[in-house]
Design a protein around this ligand. Structure first.
Ligand code: PLP
Length: 321
């Protein structure tokens, strides 16, 4: 069902069914096709609205979330915004636990949506805008403390199967319905890996020849088996240098791509200027990686990627200065 075809009873039902757009201006000298899923058009301006809805609805269905129970989650801002929306509509108090290193727009938006936001200091030496795996470990400890203290439901995006389900049942099948062409390759920048794994599973079920690539920051490509020399990269939402991600199973991964901070920034700016697409650092990384694939080994073929969140979430950074 297209998003504009019927009245919906709440904004939760307006999550998903985002457009798939051909980036024909960026590929004009390449020959291949680059298709991008505009996830920043979700109600919370990111793809993470999808997992917020799926985790909460799966937990309602299996009884692990009780009516009125508090929900807690560690977030880089986007999952928290999705949960603030879903919990607000459904009547669950929500506590978002986030590193002070993530952009302040995110905390403000979650508060506006009714969430209680707990900010956790970064490790000594970490810089704002550069949240490392070590910083995230501190956020995890605080989230666990609050869950215990409040007897809360932990949304647990790194492990709850709703994360994978959201993309396996929805994002991936939407791409398949929308593409109108054989999809030769798919790539996605990995945080929890839920989007990568869920979409890869759906795409490979439809066509086992579709090749799926994990995107990581240059200098923090731990899944590719590279040494981590730059844990404090600028691509917010992933690249946490965690090697055991629940959802990223070997059967989904055909290869690994790396994108540097500056390349992600330049491509995000190009997306805005040439395609009219206002998205963030990780979307720039995804498109940069897809362009690598279209140069080689997918010359003149079709590559799909995800535009994860809105550029509005980065106005306090130098992304668009
Ligand atoms: C902006 C952004 N990009 C990419 C990701 C990574 O997505 P996933 O957790 O599905 O791997 C996230 C996750 O929070 C994100 O917020």
């Amino acid at each position: 069902m297209a998003r504009d075809e019927k009245l919906v009873s709440s904004v939760v039902e307006a999550i998903g069914n985002t457009p798939l757009v051909e980036l024909a201006r960026l590929t004009r000298n390449l020959g291949g096709r680059l298709l991008a899923k505009l996830e920043y058009l979700n109600p919370g301006f990111s793809k993470k609205d999808r997992i917020a809805r799926q985790i909460i609805e799966d937990a309602e269905a299996d009884g692990t979330l009780q009516p009125g129970q508090t929900v807690v989650e560690l977030t880089s801002g986007n999952t928290g915004t999705g949960l603030a929306i879903v919990c607000g509509v459904k009547g669950y108090p929500f506590v978002a636990v986030m590193s002070r290193g993530n952009s302040p727009e995110r905390a403000r938006m979650m508060s506006a949506l009714g969430a209680e936001v707990v900010l956790v200091d970064q490790l000594p030496g970490s810089k704002p805008g550069q949240v490392s795996g070590g910083d995230l470990e501190l956020v995890e400890q605080e989230a666990q403390r609050i869950v215990k203290e409040q007897g809360a439901f932990r949304a647990d995006q790194f492990h709850h199967h709703g994360n994978f389900n959201a993309h396996h049942l929805h994002t991936g099948p939407e791409i398949l319905r929308q593409a109108g062409t054989t999809i030769d390759a798919f790539c996605d920048f990995v945080g929890t890996g839920g989007t990568f794994a869920g979409c890869a599973a759906a795409l490979k079920e439809a066509n086992p020849a579709t090749r799926c690539y994990v995107v990581e920051p240059k200098g923090a490509a731990i899944l590719a088996g590279e040494p981590v020399t730059n844990p404090n990269h600028r691509i917010q939402g992933g690249g946490y240098s965690m090697c055991d991600l629940t959802f990223v199973k070997p059967e989904y991964v055909d290869g690994y791509l790396q994108v540097g901070d500056q390349e992600a920034v330049e491509v995000a700016r190009k997306l805005a200027r040439e395609e009219g697409i206002f998205s963030g650092f990780s979307s720039g990384a995804n498109v940069a990686a897809a362009l690598q694939l279209l140069q080689e080994p997918f010359k003149a073929r079709a590559v799909v990627t995800i535009l994860n969140d809105s550029g509005l979430k980065y106005l306090s950074t130098d992304l668009f200065q």
